[in-house]
Design a protein around this ligand. Structure first.
Ligand code: ACM
Length: 527
């Protein structure tokens, strides 16, 4: 059976390119939405007089070649059905379909690559073309923003449901666009994780990193050590009940993310940040006795035992955990943490990383770690996640000379747990205050001194959860900063804060309709 030779759109008639420049238009509200897309597309041209209206009879045609394209069509229909109340049937079609919304695999401009898309809107039809289902999915997120803001409501609203006529060509600047959620300091159930995934997907992020183990909690079932979750999963910061993901829960999360073209990256932080493991598995401790569970917020006090007598037992533990995680994880990365191992002697830390990073390779995955791991001079396949607060770091520069690649999570720019202002009720301020303009005003390609842009894979926005208790708290810290970072990592770097803040403002009513909590920053001219 052919799996990749199928193209729906090879002979599709393309819309004429008599598009008009944005600036000189006097436009409808639908046309205005074309200018307000976040993250900004690579190119947007409007065609006044060519607006498209969704009606009760609109059919979503999804390229007949691929069941996956049908699924993207169903996803799009699922976004549009609640507020419109329309049936929006999804039917297999080919490029000759002349009405409705049509999703076609193949036939897009080659520039769009593996994650981009082209969107054509005319009075007759909306055509979304991409070279991959992931590209169609990204295009569906853009199309969603072309409808009025009340399209986001979960209950039936009044239309009309008009989309501005025009042409969009779009593709991402960086390949790695991510968010991280710390589920150790506070535990969040599968439903909350699904909301978090949806928030990432809305702004075209494509990786979700789960910080699954730290001093306060071990959150993933490992069959070789059931006590990790029975004991280590039983509490959290503040002494609440904690929790953990069974393998079935984790698999459900991976599947939900994959349906949104998001890769899940599991992290087990080691050899520090391991009190929950030490409390569960006595033989990881030098005195073979478990310490009590920990529900405070200090860092740097725990370490696996590094003495010779414990090497074999610690190595077996790490091997079992990495093997089981690798078996559960279809994505390429396993994250081994490695930050703030202040209770592990440096020589032992280096030896530990040199033994441990290859275990990830052994199980067919690529190792990731916080940039502290660069002390152990890992090979260049290991992806280093930079979490410092300044652009200059000599260990980073040396690793860059060896060819290392970097994911940027500079704490003073991307940490979603930093307060917006001193008055922000949630979060911390050790890396500084991050107002939305701060989150926006930097360039990942040139940020790290001595690291060429081709060695920067992208940006990830971590949310540590010492002070974060629930979905509303998560949303308040993400919005409006996550769209600001999403634009930095998706869009051409030519956009400026002064025009971004206007586009960002237009997102506010969408969040209100979607019941997403957000910080109404005074820096943004909300409508
Ligand atoms: C970190 O914030 N310790 C990675």
């Amino acid at each position: 059976m052919a799996t990749i030779a199928c193209s729906d759109a090879g002979t599709a008639d393309r819309e004429d390119s008599a598009a008009t420049a944005l600036s000189s238009q006097k436009t409808s509200a639908a046309q205005a939405n074309l200018r307000n897309i976040v993250p900004a597309p690579v190119s947007v041209q409007s065609r006044s007089g060519q607006d498209f209206s969704l009606t009760a009879h609109t059919v979503i045609g999804a390229g007949a070649c691929s069941a996956e394209v049908q699924r993207v069509g169903e996803y799009l229909a699922g976004l549009l059905r609640p507020a419109t109340g329309f049936a929006l049937r999804v039917r297999p079609v080919d490029a000759t379909a002349h009405t409705g919304i049509v999703l076609l695999l193949g036939g897009a401009n080659a520039q769009v690559g593996t994650e981009g898309y082209e969107l054509d809107v005319t009075t007759e039809r909306v055509i979304l073309r991409a070279n991959t289902p992931a590209g169609l999915f990204a295009g569906a997120q853009t199309l969603r923003q072309l409808f009025p803001a009340n399209i986001e409501s979960s209950t039936r609203q009044n239309g009309p449901w008009t989309v501005g006529g025009g042409h969009i060509l779009d593709f991402p600047k960086f390949e790695f666009r991510g968010g991280m959620l710390d589920v150790s300091r506070h535990f969040f159930g599968v439903d909350t994780i699904k909301h978090y995934i949806d928030h990432l997907a809305r702004y075209k992020l494509n990786h979700m990193h789960l910080h699954l183990a730290d001093d306060q909690g071990w959150r993933i079932q490992i069959d070789a050590y059931p006590q990790l979750t029975a004991i280590g999963g039983s509490t959290e910061v503040g002494g609440g009940a904690g929790g953990f993901y069974t393998k079935a829960d984790y698999t459900e999360i991976v599947k939900y993310a994959a349906a949104r073209y998001i890769t899940v990256i599991p992290e087990i932080d080691m050899p520090g940040h391991v009190n929950a493991a030490l409390a569960s598995v006595p033989e990881l401790n030098c005195n073979n006795q478990s310490p009590p569970l920990y529900t405070g917020v200090d860092v740097g006090f725990s370490s696996f035992c590094m003495d010779d007598a414990h090497r074999a037992v610690v190595s077996k533990f790490v091997d079992d955990v990495v093997r089981e995680l690798a078996e559960l994880t279809p994505g390429p990365y396993i994250h081994l943490g490695g930050d703030e191992a202040h209770s592990t002697p440096v020589a032992d830390y280096i030896a530990f990383e040199q033994r441990t990073l290859p275990v990830v390779e052994k199980y067919g995955k690529t190792a990731m770690g916080w940039h502290d791991i660069l002390k152990s001079t890992p090979d260049t396949r290991t992806l280093a996640q930079y979490w410092g607060t300044t652009p200059t770091d000599s260990t980073v520069e040396q690793a860059a000379k060896r060819g290392a690649k970097f994911l940027i999570s500079a704490a003073n720019l991307t940490y979603m747990d930093m307060k917006y202002t001193e008055a922000t009720p949630l979060g911390q301020d050790w890396a500084g205050l991050i107002e939305v303009q701060d989150a926006y005003n930097w360039d990942p390609a040139t940020y790290l001194t001595g690291v060429p842009s081709k060695q920067v894979v992208g940006v990830e926005a971590p949310l540590w959860t010492e002070t974060i208790l629930n979905l509303a708290n998560i949303e308040f810290m993400l919005f409006p900063r996550i769209p600001a970072l999403a634009e930095r990592v998706w869009s051409p770097s030519t956009h400026t804060w002064d025009e971004f803040k206007v586009r960002l403002a237009s997102q506010g009513p969408r969040w209100k309709n979607a019941n997403i909590d957000f910080y109404a920053s005074p820096q943004v001219p909300w409508p």
